[in-house]
Design a protein around this ligand. Structure first.
Ligand SMILES: *Cc1c(COP(=O)(O)O)cnc(C)c1O
Length: 358
């Protein structure tokens, strides 16, 4: 459990009571205040609160009119929700291999563009911003839409500009374990395009322009007042929570010394908010076993790349189609990292990793 909660427990409890006692739970003042504050935080003009990160993704493609017969470019090594955001609408994902920073390899995008390509979905994986200068240049050249999956990158920047504000739409998840986490499911989009923001507001509320005037077949995907209120509290502490993660990762980077382990790198001009601290090693499974025996828990983000998931059998892809993506799936490991991790806890992890021999 992330101990970040306990540090601000009184504020969270007070806000909960305030919302519960207000008697107003859907689309009220907490949601609009959060939308304004989050838009301001990212530097985007508009924010629309939604029920989840996946909703942010699939509704983006729906609103952009991208569906059956269209292709969307996305990196192969992502959480499967990114890909579902594309395929829920009937569009086809076209996978690009990652670079050494675990983000889309911008030198391999152009070769995947066809007449059917309508958009690039950029994922800022593990908290690190992708190379948005190159992505935006390609998008402009081929007249493609750009959607950003910022579910792991709240606060990360490229060239000083926040992730989510480069493309047409930035999609955020506030799932509890994200850097900006709610106390249940929640999500949002940010955009500078007023028309898109309005379309989101209408679509996520049954397609209603005003009450009982439904102009499109929409869905119910609303951020609720309680989550919005709690997210406002958390947002007010996001920079301090992110900088704590930064300190923890700085220590991992300087003190983990084991030749069998490849440490994460940060790309020039990019920043990371360290959603995960992901190492790579060819002896990953033995390292997990060893760390387990030391009672150190680790997680693999993600063991099965989307193109090899049973859900995507219908795409007809096979092992060997994306060798770098597949190697990363076999070699990545996320080390323990959470707000409130103590110096002693981290020392123990570092010491055990440094004494690992295979
Ligand atoms: C968490 C996550 C999502 C999905 O967000 P939910 O709020 O769980 O629907 C999408 N993409 C990435 C990269 C994620 O990490």
């Amino acid at each position: 459990m992330d101990r970040g909660f306990f540090r601000y427990q009184a504020e969270f409890e007070q806000k909960s009571l305030e919302v519960l006692r207000s008697g107003w739970y859907i689309l009220g003042s907490e949601v609009s205040a959060f939308e304004q504050e989050f838009a301001a935080y990212t530097g985007a003009k508009y924010c629309v609160g939604l029920a989840s990160g996946l909703d942010a993704l699939w509704i983006s493609f729906r609103i952009l009119g991208i569906g059956a017969g269209d292709e969307v470019i996305v990196q192969g090594n992502t959480y499967i929700a990114s890909v579902m955001g594309i395929t829920i609408n009937g569009a086809t994902p076209v996978f690009v291999e990652p670079d050494k920073y675990n983000n889309i390899d911008v030198t391999k995008i152009e070769e995947k563009i066809s007449e059917r390509t309508k958009a690039i979905l950029v994922v800022h994986l593990y908290g690190q911003a992708s190379r948005m200068d190159a992505v935006m240049e390609i998008a402009k050249k081929y007249n493609l839409r750009v959607v950003e999956d910022c579910a792991q990158s709240h606060g990360a920047c490229f060239n000083g500009k926040m992730t989510g504000t480069f493309g047409d739409i930035g999609c955020f998840s506030f799932y509890p374990s994200k850097n900006l986490g709610a106390f249940g499911d929640a999500g949002a989009i940010v955009t500078d395009d007023e028309e898109l923001a309005t379309k989101f507001r209408i679509f996520c509320n049954y397609g209603s322009e005003k009450r009982y005037h439904n102009i499109v077949v929409g869905t119910n995907s609303r951020l609720d007042e309680l989550q919005a209120g709690l997210l406002r509290v958390r947002l007010s502490h996001l920079d301090e929570l992110n900088s704590e993660r930064h300190e923890l990762c700085r220590r991992y980077l300087s003190e983990i010394k084991n030749p069998i382990i490849e440490l994460p790198e940060v790309c020039e001009n990019a920043t990371t908010v360290w959603h995960q601290f992901v190492i790579r090693t060819p002896v990953r499974d033995r390292l997990i076993e060893y760390l387990n025996s030391c009672e150190i828990g680790t997680i693999i983000h993600y063991p099965i790349p989307p193109h090899l998931a049973k859900a995507y059998e219908y795409l007809g892809m096979k092992k060997g189609d994306l060798p770098i993506t597949e190697r990363f799936a076999d070699e990545v490991l996320s080390l323990p990292l959470y707000n409130g991790m103590t110096e002693d806890e981290q020392s123990y992890v570092i010491e055990k990793i440094n004494s690992f021999r295979c």
